[in-house]
Structures are given as structure tokens and as C-alpha cells.
Design a protein around this ligand. Structure first.
Ligand code: EPZ
Length: 466
């Protein structure tokens, strides 16, 4: 296992390019299950989740290959397979996205229930409700969803849940309804740009979906879908992460390949806290550059994560990390995943002052944070810890960064290209920075019982000096 060693306190400077969106690429790859003929996808990021889904699709009879020039080619070569195995689906939520397209195209799908995650409850009742409405017979057996339907039929479906709509649920139901007999309407559909991107891809395959980007979708079923070529939209969450990292560390950074209209709420919030965000249409109106700079100290702000077009829950942890350094008290609430605050305790280890109050985190800004050894609990929490470590004085160690690799394409390399000092090393005692040893902090040698195991192996010469 790897860990990151981050030396903070250095402002970031330069240009960095955002990659394709993970949460677009994954359901789009899954939708290729429904096609007759090959599809080629561009700007699919190089991530662990993408390779896990590729493996899953291979087990379902899809040939997945990276082409020269970077396109990802997907072609169904065997449509007699139905089982999406627990071992692969449990590793990432998006594995459940194979359910809708496989059911619609093959008449049967047997998909492991996706595993839980450290961001709170993640049921799939709305996915199943939508597919049942389309006429599927669905039962749960031994941890698998078994869905069958000779022919799906168009229906009127309401997908609202207690926390708004569902992103992957809308993806699943939409990807099934495109091959249903008749017209389907989906009310309270998710409006996230990633759902729109999937819908655009399905339309290129021959589907007839209207209303994308609104809560009301109308889908006229077609008999078959062909393969299609498609370029995945820029990753608004990666863009936001890089922008917030630049704001937290200070300096001046240009974030390239951003779709600013996907990021209005984040840009507004950053401006509210005192970050300069200058948007320029460098490539095209859809693919702009945003220049980030911080003229003075940061102001506090209240953040409420909401479904799109609100501030994304996937940026809540990073904004929390930023607000830890603001001058005053901020209140952060997540209305999509109300318990998504595992990062708070780890941020506190770096000197942040955060208190949970019901479904909110009360963040009292501090003028200085210090590096610490912290543990990543999920993908965006990992990014928040990196951001906090960049803003802190001294060295931090971030462990369990496999979460980070699931969803960011070389985040530390991109930040290092801006002048950050981040090393990826094996999570071994020998690689633990001596500066984080307790003896350095209080000037005394720790006793054998309380010393962390790695300290025992740290050379005495390093632990003695202050
Ligand atoms: C997607 O997850 C994203 N994942 C998540 O990104 C993102 O946080 C989330 O949408 C919200 O934007 C992918 O796209 C692969 P939801 P998803 O269904 O679809 C409740 C990341 O870090 N709900 O929109 O699983 C649910 O509990 C990840 O990249 C039901 O009640 O999220 C939550 O409170 C993490 N019943 C809310 O809806 C259901 O059947 C939104 O969840 C489904 C969801």
C-alpha cells in the first residue's frame, strides 16, 4: 500500500489540465453493454475505478481496449453472460450501472448489490423501483439483484427520494428505458452534467431522449442501439479540487479544460470566501480556463451541498478543508449524504477546529495548521486531506490513499507540477518522516507502550533533535 508524504506551506503556481469526468465515463462505459457494434470513448481518465469497470465489462462479454491515441474501445463480443460478480462490484459503486443496460439488451441481469461506503447509506431502492416500473421482475437473492424482462415497456416513473434524485439510479433507468417498448417519462430525474453526458452518448447510439439536464426526461424507446464515438466531459470535481487546492495553498494557478457552467455554484462560493476566479474561454466556451488567486485572507462561508446545480457533495470535503483556514466561523451541511464527514476528525489532527452539530460541521478557522499523520476514509475525503496538508506547515502523511487512486488521475503529479511537494512512498515504517514522531513534539522519548510501531524503528539520531 502507498501513502503520500506532503510538505505544506508552499504556494502553487502554473497551469494544470483537468481530465475527463470519472462519473460520466463509468455509466457511459456501462451503457456500451446495450450497443450492437463498437463504441469509442475519448478522455476516459486513467483511474482504478475505470480499470475495475473494464474488468467487470470483460466478464460480461465486452471487449475493452485502449487504442493508440487514447480512445477506449468497447465492443460486445458475447451477450450470453449475465452475472456481475460481487468481487468486482463491491469495489466501486458504479458497478451497479451495468444493471439497466444489461437487463434491457439481454433480458436478464444478475448484479451484486454494491458495497457500502464511508459516506453514508447508499441504497438502490430507486434504481429497482424504476426498473420494476418498466416491467422487470426483480428479486434479491444471496446478495444479488436478479432482474428479468423479456421486453421492457415504457412507463411514467418518479425517481425522487428522501435526499433528492439519484444520479446512478437515473443513469440505470434511462439506459434501460431507451430500449423499452413505448414512451417512458422520468420525473425528478437527476440533472447532473454526468447524466446529461450519458444521455448525449445514448442519443448518439440512436436513443431518443429529450429533457436532459432537467428533472423531466422523456424517452421514446427504440429497437436497437448502435455503437458511437463520444468525448467525455471535463471532470468538474477534479477541477474544483485543483481550484480549492490552489486557494488553500495560495499562489496563482490556471486550471485548464473546465466547463464553467457546470461549476457555477463552486465558483460563486469560492468568490464569496475571497478567492479570485477568472474565467476565460481559452479553448471554447464549453472548455475554459479558470485562473485562481487569493489576494488576502479567506472569509468564512456557509456551505450546503445539494443536488446539481447546487454545490456538489463531492466537493464538500475539499471546501471544508479550505474553510479551516478562513478567518471566522463557517457552517458546512451536506443534504445529499448527511453523514459524509469522516474527514473532519482527520482535519482536526492537522489543527483544524471542527465540531459536528447534527447534520452540519461547524468550522472555526485557524491561522495556522501543522502537518500530521492522517488516514483517508473515502475518495473526496482523501482530496480534502491533501488540500489541508498543502496549507499546513511541515510534513503530513496521508495513509490509505488507494481511495484517491480510485477517482483522481495522478493528483499528486498534477499538484507537483504546480510546485507542491508530495511524495508517494510505500506505507512502511522506514518512510515515516521523523518530523512527525512524538519525541520531536514534546522533546522526550516516548515509552515503549505508547510509541507507534513505526517510531521504534526510527533511528534515535533523527528522533532526538528538535
Ligand atoms: C453518484 O453516486 C456519484 N457516483 C457520487 O460520487 C456522488 O457523490 C453522488 O452521485 C451524488 O452526486 C457516481 O456517479 C459513480 P445518488 P450515487 O444515488 O448515484 C439516496 C464520488 O466521490 N438514494 O445520487 O450512488 C442516497 O442515499 C462519488 O465520485 C436513495 O435514497 O448517488 C443519497 O442520499 C461518491 N435511494 C442520495 O440519494 C437510491 O436508490 C443521492 O445518491 C439511491 C440513492
Amino acid at each position: 500500500m502507498d501513502m503520500l508524504v506532503v510538505r505544506g506551506g508552499t504556494p502553487l503556481e502554473g497551469r494544470v489540465v483537468v481530465g475527463g469526468a470519472k462519473n460520466s465515463a463509468l455509466p457511459i462505459m456501462a451503457a456500451a453493454l446495450a450497443a450492437d457494434g463498437p463504441s469509442v470513448l475519448y478522455d476516459v481518465p486513467d483511474l482504478v475505478d475505470v480499470s475495475t469497470l473494464s474488468q467487470l465489462l470483460e466478464t460480461l462479454g465486452v471487449n475493452v481496449r485502449r487504442q493508440q491515441g487514447g480512445g477506449l474501445r468497447l465492443e460486445v463480443v458475447d451477450d450470453e453472460r449475465f452475472v456481475a460478480d460481487y468481487e468486482l462490484v463491491r469495489r466501486m459503486r458504479a458497478g451497479v450501472c451495468v444493471l439497466g443496460p444489461m437487463l434491457a439488451r439481454r433480458g436478464k441481469a444478475c448484479v451484486s448489490l454494491p458495497g457500502g461506503c464511508n459516506i453514508g447509506d447508499r441504497p438502490i431502492d430507486l434504481h429497482l423501483k424504476g426498473l420494476r416500473a418498466l416491467g422487470a421482475d426483480i428479486r434479491i437473492e444471496r446478495g444479488y439483484v436478479i432482474a428479468e424482462a423479456d421486453q421492457l415497456r415504457g412507463a411514467d416513473i418518479y425517481l425522487g427520494g428522501p435526499f433528492g434524485s439519484t444520479v446512478t439510479g437515473t443513469a440505470n433507468v434511462m439506459s434501460a428505458a431507451v430500449l423499452a417498448d413505448g414512451v417512458t417519462t422520468i420525473e425528478a430525474a437527476a440533472c447532473e452534467p454526468e447524466v446529461v453526458d450519458l444521455g448525449n452518448f445514448l442519443n448518439k447510439m440512436g436513443a431518443r431522449i429529450t429533457g436532459l439536464g432537467t428533472p423531466f426526461l422523456q424517452i421514446e424507446g427504440v429497437e436497437r442501439l448502435t455503437g458511437a464515438e463520444h468525448t467525455v466531459i471535463p471532470d468538474r470535481i477534479e477541477a474544483a479540487t485543483l481550484m480549492i487546492a490552489a486557494a488553500a495553498a495560495g499562489g496563482r494557478v490556471e486550471v485548464e479544460n473546465v466547463c464553467p457552467t457546470h461549476m457555477t455554484a463552486v465558483i460563486e462560493k469560492l468568490r464569496e470566501v475571497g478567492v479570485n476566479c477568472e474565467v476565460s474561454a481559452a479553448i471554447s466556451p464549453k472548455h475554459s480556463t479558470i485562473e485562481i488567486s487569493v489576494p488576502s485572507s479567506l472569509r468564512p462561508a456557509d456551505v450546503i451541498a445539494l443536488p446539481y446545480p447546487g454545490i456538489p457533495t463531492d466537493v464538500q470535503a475539499q471546501l471544508t478543508a479550505l474553510l479551516c483556514g478562513a478567518e471566522g466561523i463557517s457552517v458546512v451541511t451536506d443534504k445529499v449524504f448527511p453523514d459524509r464527514f469522516m474527514h473532519a476528525a482527520e482535519l482536526v489532527r492537522m489543527g483544524a477546529r471542527i465540531r459536528r452539530e447534527g447534520y452540519s460541521a461547524i468550522v472555526s478557522g485557524v491561522s495556522q495548521r501543522s502537518g500530521a499523520c492522517v488516514m483517508a476514509s473515502d475518495l473526496r475525503a482523501s482530496a480534502a486531506l491533501v488540500i489541508s496538508a498543502l496549507a499546513a506547515q511541515g510534513e503530513s502523511v496521508i495513509r490509505r490513499i488507494y481511495h484517491l487512486d480510485r477517482g483522481y488521475d495522478r493528483l499528486e503529479a498534477k499538484l507537483n507540477s504546480l510546485g507542491a511537494n508530495i511524495r508517494r512512498v510505500k506505507d512502511e515504517p522506514a518512510n515515516m518522516p521523523a518530523s512527525l514522531a512524538p519525541a520531536i513534539i514534546d522533546g522526550t522519548r516516548p515509552n515503549a507502550v505508547s510509541a507507534p510501531h513505526w517510531l521504534a524503528k526510527t533511528p534515535a539520531r533523527q528522533t532526538r533533535t528538535i
